[in-house]
Design a protein around this ligand. Structure first.
Ligand code: 2HA
Ligand code: ZN
Length: 269
């Protein structure tokens, strides 16, 4: 069977980037079994021939009305598919979907009738929010980093901006490359509409959002950028944990050093 990626270098490149990141998530130990998911808005890489393709599924409800997504296309990891398999065979473990005119359902267009991730309501809500505010961001990622998730099991870290400041202060790069910090969503049932709604509330202020006792979510221009922000925050968490395991509480950069960095890099917060 011919893949939708054939003779479409831009689409193939974007899917290859998702596959590359899927491999990183597995190698980092953040993606046990089917854990985590990714979606990218591929509408700009979709041509008339793809638009004319008949669906290979019925209409499937999203569970929410998402008015900005009408006629948009996404590549999504499949539900119950392993991240490490997505890395090797992206089109067998993911699917291209088209949002229907009613904005409450979608259909699968290619390559195989792989049902999208269980976190589709959260992912599509994030894309809907981003398009609605005129953002150029095209990628959303959810994964289970051990260090960052462990930190959400400690109530003081869940207060607003406590983790942001702690992680920023471990190494200058974290503030520079994750300049909007880290939002917190209190525990919600995985895959729920409540989790989706709470996540988009946090996106008004943050590009990366922790899901208490579950995982992290990030949005970015592309999938590499979204991954890099989580990777940078995880690096800071590792520095913190390493210092604690050596028996001391790390000093962290001082307020003056943090302020100097903010001015030098022209950071938003
Ligand atoms: O895809 O990570 O949150 C499996 C999950 C659900
Ligand atoms: Zn998860």
């Amino acid at each position: 069977m011919k893949s939708i990626l054939e003779n479409r270098p831009e689409l193939a490149r974007q899917v290859a980037d998702v596959a590359e990141v899927a491999g990183y998530l597995w190698q980092k130990g953040w993606a046990e079994r089917n854990g985590g998911n990714m979606t990218i808005n591929i509408t700009d890489a979709v041509d008339a021939e793809i638009r004319a393709l008949p669906a290979i599924s019925g209409r499937i409800p999203i569970g929410k009305e998402l008015p900005h997504l009408k006629d948009r296309y996404f590549f999504c990891k499949g539900t119950n598919k392993r991240m490490r398999d997505l890395a090797r065979w992206p089109m067998d473990n993911g699917a291209v979907i088209r949002i229907c005119d009613d904005c409450v359902s979608y259909e699968i267009v290619a390559d195989h009738p792989v049902k999208p991730t269980s976190e589709l309501p959260a992912h599509l809500s994030m894309h809907n929010y981003l398009i609605g505010k005129g953002s150029s961001y095209k990628a959303a990622i959810h994964t289970h980093p051990i260090d960052l998730v462990a930190m959400t099991h400690h109530a003081p870290f869940l207060e607003k901006d406590v983790l942001t400041r702690l992680l920023w202060s471990m190494i200058p790069e974290t503030r520079a490359f994750c300049p909007r910090g880290l939002g917190i969503v209190r525990y919600q049932l995985p895959s729920s509409i409540e989790l989706a709604d709470a996540t988009i509330d946090q996106l008004e202020e943050y590009d990366v959002v922790m899901w208490e006792k579950h995982g992290v979510c990030a949005v970015g221009e592309d999938i590499m950028e979204a991954f890099d922000m989580i990777d940078t925050l995880s690096k800071s968490a590792q520095i913190y944990l390493t210092a604690r395991s050596m028996g001391f509480v790390p000093e962290g950069m001082s307020d003056a050093q943090m302020e100097e960095l903010k001015v030098a890099f022209n950071l938003p917060k």
